[in-house]
Design a protein around this ligand. Structure first.
Ligand SMILES: *[C@@H]1O[C@H](CO)[C@@H](O)[C@H](O)[C@H]1NC(C)=O
Ligand SMILES: *[C@@H]1O[C@H](CO)[C@@H](O)[C@H](O)[C@H]1NC(C)=O
Length: 342
């Protein structure tokens, strides 16, 4: 659904069903503690936000280990990440990383980062009395989408993974299953909705997905049908939104030529878009928010918030030491490693 969030913003009063907040960028590195734990570097580059317990390997209760977070919600030490977008120069084949800019209408001072949603039922109803929402347990992790998705019909099956060609930061245009086919005046918007039904037993699964089940049929911000018996536990509906500032590359994209943007795993299309989640809310802070009626946007009455000037001080070390900026002749992980010089 196009620009639903903005319509909602304009009509704040009747819309009360979840958390929505910004997190600044934490780090951009080749690490993936869900899919490739212990690997530094992992296969491809990620844009990561959230808490400073982020590391090549993450086990146990992340929320008890974090001491700072780039998220506005000060008790959220979770990590959220996606692949990184690169521009591939149409004539000389060099790559340049596309910067991330902050979404419209986030807290002042958010830098880069993502918008994170934990909706309870859909955007308008919480229904916590008739259908309680169980917060993710410590150690929980999951992914959505896959770099190996290669056809339009497969991509259409991932209903929550979409692109918008931004006309302005607040006019998103239509949702698409693939990259835009012409330059976007204000950047490329990506959305990742995760499944919300849990098997009630496993913190993870071999493919990092089968412990969860998706019942969304139309849009992640609309009512999700009931969970099936195999995955009976309703969790928060988790969503990421990222704004890729492609504007400085628009003049390098000759009219009528194919899309020059590629994910950091070098997919030839946008179908391989995917995202990873590592739960890390402190104690029962997320559960308290999800138990709250009329819970909307910023805090659900119980969550501590912090100024983004404080959030932006949170960092993690560069554990890979790879050069990922400027023009590079291959994507990180797709050729000899290009180390940082200093
Ligand atoms: C990451 O893990 C390594 C190895 O266990 C440890 O030495 C390091 O302190 C950890 N870094 C952070 C930021 O937690
Ligand atoms: C490709 O073009 C860009 C932009 O003009 C330039 O900065 C870069 O050095 C070029 N790469 C090669 C390999 O010539």
């Amino acid at each position: 659904m196009k620009s639903f969030a903005l319509t909602a913003l304009a009509l704040v009063a009747p819309v009360q069903a979840g958390l929505r907040f910004g997190c600044s960028s934490l780090t951009i590195q080749r690490l993936d503690p869900v899919v490739e734990p212990g690997h530094a570097p992992s296969a491809h580059l990620h844009h990561i936000i959230g808490g400073n317990a982020f590391n090549a390997t993450m086990t146990g209760d992340v929320g008890s280990r974090g001491t700072c977070t780039t998220c506005e919600m000060a008790e959220d030490f979770s990590n959220y990440w996606t692949a990184v977008l690169y521009f591939k120069h149409p004539t000389n084949g060099s790559y340049h990383r596309v910067p991330v800019t902050n979404n419209a209408a986030l807290a002042r001072g958010t830098t880069g980062g993502m918008t994170i949603y934990y909706t309870q039922f859909d955007f308008n109803k919480d229904n916590v009395k008739t259908r309680p929402i169980k917060a993710f347990p410590p150690g929980f992790r999951m992914t959505v989408g896959s770099p190996t998705t290669s056809t339009l019909s497969q991509a259409k099956g991932h209903i929550g993974l979409r692109y918008n060609c931004l006309q302005t930061l607040i006019n998103r245009g239509a949702e698409m299953a693939d990259f835009p086919d012409k330059p976007c005046p204000a950047g490329i918007f990506t959305v990742h909705h995760f499944p919300a039904c849990w098997d009630g037993k496993n913190l993870d699964s071999p493919d990092h997905q089968s412990h969860m089940y998706n019942t969304i049929t139309r849009d992640g911000f609309t009512d999700a049908p009931a969970c099936p018996a195999s995955h009976p536990v309703r969790m928060p509906q988790l969503t990421y939104e990222t704004v890729w500032d492609t504007t400085k590359f628009n003049s390098l994209w000759p009219a009528g030529t194919p899309n020059p943007f590629v994910w950091s795993f070098e997919g030839s299309s946008g179908y391989g878009t995917h995202a990873d989640y590592m739960f890390g809310w402190k104690d029962d802070s997320l559960q308290r928010a999800m138990d709250k009626d009329n819970c909307f946007y910023d805090g659900c009455g119980s969550i501590k918030k912090q100024a983004m000037t404080v959030a932006n001080k949170c960092t993690v070390p560069d554990m890979v030491r790879e050069n990922i900026d400027g023009w590079v002749d291959h994507l990180p992980g797709q050729g000899p490693m290009q180390m940082k010089k200093d």
